[in-house]
Design a protein around this ligand. Structure first.
Ligand code: ATP
Ligand code: MG
Ligand code: FE
Length: 341
C-alpha cells in the first residue's frame, strides 16, 4: 500500500509518499532555520504559521513527484504529537481534511514512533525486538522496541535531551543554530581529550542520562580556561559519546533478546556517535543499524513509514483523534516515573 506522511511537530514541514515495501516515492522538506535563527531557537508561533504556508505546496509537490493523485493513496498519516501543539495541529488537521475529502483512513503517528521505526525503513533485515537509543532534540531514551506500538522504556534523561545539550553548547560557544551539526563541524578541528569534562551518571546501575551538568561544565571551561572553541566542542562531543556508550552498554545487558543495537533521532546523524555505537555493537556481537543521515533528523518519510507499519497492523484512527503536546511512547514508564526518573 501507499501512505502519505505529514510532519509538522517542530521546525521542519514535510510530506512524503512511502510504500509498505519500503519504497520512498517522494519526500519533500522545508526547514525554518532562517525564520528562527534571529531568536536562537524555535519560536512556536512562527513555526505554526510557517507550517501553514509550507504544507499544502509540499503535499502537491510530493504527489507530483510520485506521479500520484490523492485517490491513489491508501492512507494518510500525520504526526499527532508530541511537539509544539500549534504545528502538530496544522499537520493533523490537514491530514484529517484530506482523509475526509478523499475517503481514506487516517493514521495518527507518535513522532517518537516515527523515529523509533525509521531504521526499519532503511534496513529490511532489522527485525523486532531491538534495543533502540533514541537521541533527538527533545528526548534521550533507551527503549526495547518489541513490535509496532510496543515500546518498553528502559531509561530516559533526568534533565536535558542529548540534542538539547548540543544546541545549548553550540549557543554558549557562539556556534549558532541549529547546534548539533555546528558542534560536530567545530569538533572536527579540535582535540577530544583537551578539556577535562564530567561524564554525568556514567557507571550507575540504571542506564539513565543527564546532560545539564556537562553543559554547565563547558560554560565554566569557556570562562575560566584558554581552550579553543574546536577543543571545547570536541571535548563536549566526546563526553556525550562516552555517556551514550556507557548507558547503552548497561541496557544491552538488560535486553538479552535484542536482535540488534539501533540508534535513531537527530543526534544519530552525528559521526562520532555512530562510530562509537558501531564499535559497541561489534563488541557485543550485535548487528548495528542506523538510518541514513537525512532520515535521522525530522522528516515525513519516517512518519509515512510508521503509518505503513500501523496500517499493516490494522491500526487506523477516528477523525476526532486529538493532537497532543505530550505523548509518551511508553505510558507505563511515564506513570512509574514518580519521584526522580
Ligand atoms: P524530538 O524528536 O525529540 O521531538 P526534534 O524533532 O526537534 O525533537 P530531531 O529533529 O529528531 O529533534 O533532532 C534534532 C536534534 O538533533 C537537534 O537538537 C540537533 O542539534 C541534533 N542534531 C542534528 N544533527 C546533529 C549532529 N550532526 N550532531 C549532533 N546533534 C545533531
Ligand atoms: Mg528541527
Ligand atoms: Fe524529531
Amino acid at each position: 500500500s501507499i501512505i502519505l506522511g505529514l510532519e509538522s511537530s517542530c521546525d521542519e514541514t514535510a510530506a512524503a509518499l512511502v510504500t509498505s515495501d519500503r519504497g520512498i516515492l517522494a519526500h519533500r522538506l522545508a526547514g525554518q532555520e532562517a525564520a528562527h535563527r534571529p531568536y536562537g531557537g524555535v519560536v512556536p508561533e512562527i513555526a505554526a504559521r510557517a507550517h501553514v504556508e509550507a504544507l499544502g505546496p509540499l503535499i502537491e509537490a510530493a504527489l507530483a513527484e510520485a506521479g500520484l493523485t490523492l485517490g491513489q493513496v491508501d492512507a494518510i498519516a500525520a504526526t499527532a504529537g508530541p511537539g509544539l501543539i500549534g504545528g502538530v495541529m496544522v499537520g493533523l488537521v490537514t491530514a484529517k481534511a484530506l482523509a475526509l475529502a478523499a475517503d481514506k483512513p487516517l493514521i495518527a503517528v507518535n513522532h517518537l514512533e516515527g523515529h523509533a521505526l525509521s531504521p526499519r525503513l532503511a534496513d529490511p533485515d532489522l527485525a523486532f525486538p531491538y534495543l533502540l537509543l533514541l537521541v533527538s532534540g527533545g528526548h534521550c531514551q533507551l527503549l526495547a522496541v518489541e513490535g509496532v506500538g510496543r515500546y518498553r522504556r528502559l531509561a530516559t534523561t533526568i534533565d536535558d535531551a542529548a540534542g538539547e545539550a548540543f544546541d545549548k553548547t553550540a549557543k554558549l560557544l557562539g556556534l549558532g543554530f541549529p547546534g548539533g551539526p555546528a558542534v560536530e563541524r567545530a569538533a572536527a578541528a579540535g582535540d577530544p581529550a583537551a578539556v577535562p569534562l564530567p561524564r554525568p551518571l556514567v557507571g550507575t546501575a540504571e542506564p539513565h542520562f543527564s546532560f545539564a551538568g556537562l553543559k554547565s561544565a563547558v560554560l565554566r571551561a569557556r570562562d575560566t580556561g584558554s581552550w579553543s572553541v574546536p577543543d571545547l566542542a570536541a571535548s563536549f562531543q566526546q563526553a556525550v559519546v562516552d555517556c551514550l556508550v556507557d548507558r547503552t552498554r548497561r541496557a544491552i545487558a538488560q535486553v538479552p533478546q535484542a536482535t540488534a543495537l539501533v540508534v535513531a533521532g537527530g543526534v544519530a546523524a552525528n559521526g562520532a556517535v555512530r562510530a562509537a555505537l558501531t564499535a559497541l555493537a561489534h563488541q557485543h556481537d550485535l548487528p548495528f543499524s542506523a538510518p541514513p543521515l537525512w532520515l535521522c533528523t525530522d522528516n515525513a518519510a519516517m512518519i509515512g513509514w510508521a503509518g505503513a507499519e500501523r496500517f499493516a497492523a490494522g491500526l487506523t484512527d477516528p477523525l476526532d483523534v486529538p493532537a497532543r503536546a505530550r505523548w509518551p511512547l511508553d505510558p507505563h514508564a511515564e506513570k512509574a516515573r514518580g519521584a526522580g526518573v
